[in-house]
Design a protein around this ligand. Structure first.
Ligand SMILES: Cc1ncc(COP(=O)(O)O)c(C=O)c1O
Length: 442
């Protein structure tokens, strides 16, 4: 174990922490100093059960030897090589492996360093694709209320989480939003996909009628909305979106940054729902969260539309210094091998019934107003304290950490997404802990 385990930082002020209540944290820090498989170790030596796979990313569990070794080997051999006008073999191999496992038709990969960058890349590919085909009047992008597509300007423009948008000016123009699909009055305590709400996809027809199809480039949605608090699409909703996009020549982008790599019990949500998008964004689980990386998978026709003009010219003016970084590529390859060897991309399907039963056993616990689940994702929605939104769930988060389980909260919703190596005994521990937490908090 690292000899940093017992070193306590003595000044927490310099690091401005992301998406954190900085002042609260710095008064009572929660420090993680090591991790293995399903557990973190806190700086006081306590083992913390990881109920969230880090931030929805450590799908194979922590510090997996194959991934660690691949990174060590790669960094000693070729630490960095540019991907602009130059190549290195491992990134090509990794792209091929991703295409092999991707839904049919997604045949090309553009590498990024995060989910946010994958989203920006996907939106730019969509706009440039239409223009490359001589259909450049298609400039509108349609997102969805409560959608989370990262924190860059394109992503917050098509995203629909108000707190992430309201401070940042005019955002992108030419953006519209579908309504969200959360219908607690009709779907509360649904197990799996809700019965009601597929008709909400028809709102796309209304938006298209308003702007005219000839101006609409793409629709982007999370197949299962994660960061807003786990909103599962109503039965038939995604198929309907696909049909409407096809009818009007609009590209469909699935943001699979959370749902990719086994989270739902299938390799991708596209497989789970049997709906193939034109562009698919991924990140997080692509390297098991170990090294920053994102990958945007694109249909052949879209890629090919760029491949014209003089051959010495760059076809797509976009890319990052670290696109396809060799160390991230090595981590990604080792991650895919780990997923494959241990059957992790479908393990969620085996455990989903147990997970569902366990979560729904909390139905009558104090404060609970809804429980939702799909694959190895779950959400427990709490009644907010009047006038103090988010406070109750934040107390639950602090209490769960005290009791040795890492959960995640967003608004007044507890979101759960354990590593896919989770055992039934861990599920029991998470649920028992939450029972205690819900009994104890105000
Ligand atoms: C669906 C979705 N898209 C994009 C992102 C942004 O990813 P990142 O934080 O790696 O930029 C996230 C992160 O949670 C996400 O859930």
């Amino acid at each position: 174990m690292s000899n940093r385990l017992n070193v306590k930082p003595n000044d927490l002020s310099a690091f401005w922490m992301p998406f954190t209540a900085n002042r609260q944290f710095k008064q009572a820090p929660r420090m993680l100093v090591a991790a293995k498989d399903m557990h973190y170790t806190a700086d006081d030596g306590r083992r913390i059960l990881d109920g969230t796979a880090g931030l929805w990313c450590v799908n194979a569990g922590h510090c997996r030897p194959r991934i660690t070794e691949a990174i060590q080997k790669q960094v000693a051999e070729l630490d960095y090589a540019p991907a602009f006008q130059m190549g290195h073999p491992i990134v090509f191999e990794f792209a091929n492996r991703l295409v092999d496992m991707a839904p049919a038709g997604l045949e090309h990969v553009f590498f990024t360093n995060s989910g946010s960058e994958s989203v920006e890349t996907a939106l730019k590919i969509a706009l440039a694709y239409h223009r490359a085909r001589g259909d450049g009047a298609r400039f509108r992008l349609i997102g969805r209320e409560r959608g989370y597509h990262g924190v860059n300007f394109g992503g917050i423009s098509v995203g629909g989480i108000v707190a992430n948008r309201k401070m940042f000016g005019t955002l992108l123009t030419g953006v519209d939003h579908l309504p969200h699909t959360h219908l607690p009055g009709r779907n509360a305590f649904t197990r799996g996909e809700p019965e009601h709400g597929a008709e909400l996809a028809d709102e796309l027809e209304r938006i298209v009628a308003l702007h005219d199809a000839s101006t609409v480039a793409a629709v982007i949605v999370e197949p299962v909305a994660g960061s807003t608090g786990v909103l599962i699409p109503p039965k038939g909703y995604l198929k309907r979106l696909r049909e409407i996009c096809d009818k009007h020549g609009i590209l469909l982008i699935f943001d699979e940054v959370i749902t990719g790599f086994g989270r739902l019990g299938a390799p991708f949500a596209a497989d789970y729902f049997d709906v193939v998008p034109d562009i698919m964004t991924t990140a997080k689980g692509v390297t098991n969260g170990v090294i920053p990386m994102g990958a945007v998978l694109v249909k052949k026709e879209i890629h090919d539309a760029f491949m014209n003009g003089p051959e010495h010219l760059i076809e797509f003016f976009h890319g990052y210094t670290y696109s396809g970084n060799p160390i991230a590529s090595a981590a990604g390859l080792a991650t895919l091998e780990t997923y494959k060897e241990e059957g992790l991309l479908t393990r969620g399907a085996e455990l989903a019934p147990y997970w569902e039963e366990a979560l729904h056993s909390l139905k009558d616990a104090p404060h609970v107003i809804d429980i939702r689940n799909i694959g190895l994702v779950g959400a427990i929605e709490l009644e907010p304290i009047a006038g103090q939104p988010t406070r109750r769930a934040f107390s639950a988060f602090l209490k769960a950490f005290e009791k040795g389980v890492l959960i995640r909260t967003t608004g007044d919703i507890i979101a759960l997404s354990p590593p896919l190596i989770v055992e039934k005994s861990h599920i029991d521990m998470i649920v028992d802990c939450l029972k205690g937490v819900l009994d104890e908090i105000e």
